[in-house]
Design a protein around this ligand. Structure first.
Ligand SMILES: Cc1cn([C@H]2C[C@H](O)[C@@H](COP(=O)(O)OP(=O)(O)OP(=O)(O)O)O2)c(=O)[nH]c1=O
Length: 188
């Protein structure tokens, strides 16, 4: 049995894109509070490992978890609590580069596989009117960093380097590799 340890609808859709349909979806419950002075990549990898431990499954089951973290320098941008929070994130991201880190973890029996994908994204210089317009779409809700590249914010993304699927929430190349390493047959 293949268990997706994530409540993110994006991750379910991305898996479907490579023909993988989980037998069960079990969102993990973990405390996502960063530790003082914790660096973004270390944070993202720690949370992913914690998610993997938090998902119940049988010994023969394959479990996949991931975490997407947005970082400006050493600063971690989580999910905005409200529109004001999202506006502050967007002002910070406006016209400059930031990192989107997605850590991925797969488990089967006592074996574990980990990969981390780091992408760079540059948003255009945003006017206050553009920020207000984007906030009005509501698409920023529940999205790390306060935007989602697969939604209307695509109009604001000037440039990316890395993995488009990882920025959305799951690096599909690495995902396919790890699932195959764990013994899940996929179309390739
Ligand atoms: C930057 C960016 C983030 N996101 C989303 C993906 C993730 O769902 C979310 C980051 O939160 P995560 O904590 O990675 O995931 P989640 O809480 O949605 O689900 P779970 O913990 O159960 O796996 O931000 C986008 O959809 N598009 C983007 O471009």
């Amino acid at each position: 049995m293949f268990v997706l340890g994530s409540g993110s609808p994006r991750r379910l859709e991305l898996l479907a894109q490579i023909g993988v349909v989980p037998d069960a979806v079990r969102p993990p419950e973990v405390d996502e509070t960063p530790r003082g002075a914790e660096l973004p990549r270390a944070y993202c990898e720690r949370i992913t490992a914690a998610k993997l431990d938090a998902v119940a499954a049988g010994p023969e089951d394959i479990v996949l978890c991931a975490d997407t973290t947005v970082a400006v320098g050493r600063r971690i941008l989580g999910k905005p609590e409200d529109a004001e929070d999202a506006a502050a994130f967007l002002r910070l991201l406006s016209g400059r580069r930031h990192k989107v880190i997605t850590a991925l973890a797969v488990r089967r029996d006592d074996r574990r596989w980990f990969r981390t994908s780091v992408s760079t994204v540059r948003l255009k210089q945003l006017s206050e009117a553009e920020i207000a317009g984007y906030l009005a779409t509501g698409d920023w809700r529940g999205k790390a960093g306060g935007y989602a590249i697969q939604g209307p914010a695509a109009a604001l993304v000037a440039w990316i380097e890395g993995s488009h699927s990882a920025i959305i929430g799951l690096p599909l190349h690495e995902t396919a590799n790890l699932l195959q390493a764990a013994g899940l047959e996929i179309w390739t």
